[in-house]
Design a protein. Structure first.
Length: 134
């Protein structure tokens, strides 16, 4: 693996690993130095748990996903702590969607809203014919 000289400090402590999802191919870089993926620190969330999640999706997560033609919607909140999220557009059927959910969306929601204990992917990634390119 070749790492540009100006990125070496940012990559220190990283490991090359297999994905945690056995259905996902390729390799994963696990970097302990990475900044929060989808959530800036200056967003103030208010209201019910569902309202806070929706605000985070609208203000931070979806603008980042839109760059790749995707989006995430809140499906429901279960037991006042479990959030169900649907991924659509370019995210549905994308081979990186599991990583986006676990390393981006889930992490952002749980970091920004401490009362959330679990984020569940409610997406049918097999629906449609090659939905990433539709």
């Amino acid at each position: 693996m070749i790492i540009p000289a100006d990125s070496v400090d940012d990559m220190r402590g990283s490991t090359l690993d297999l994905p945690s999802n056995p259905m996902q191919g390729g390799l994963v870089i696990r970097n302990p130095n990475r900044p929060p993926v989808l959530a800036p620190e200056d967003i103030e969330l208010s209201g019910t748990l569902a309202e806070k999640v929706q605000q985070l999706l609208d203000l931070s997560i979806n603008p980042a996903l839109a760059a790749h033609g995707g989006f995430a919607n809140l499906v429901k909140v279960e037991d006042d702590s479990i959030v169900h999220v649907f991924m659509g557009g370019g995210c549905q059927g994308c081979s990186m969607s599991a990583m986006t959910l676990s390393e981006g969306i889930k992490t952002s929601i749980m970091d920004a809203i401490p009362e959330v204990t679990e984020v569940i992917d409610a997406t049918d990634h097999t629906a449609g014919e090659n939905p990433f390119y539709s």
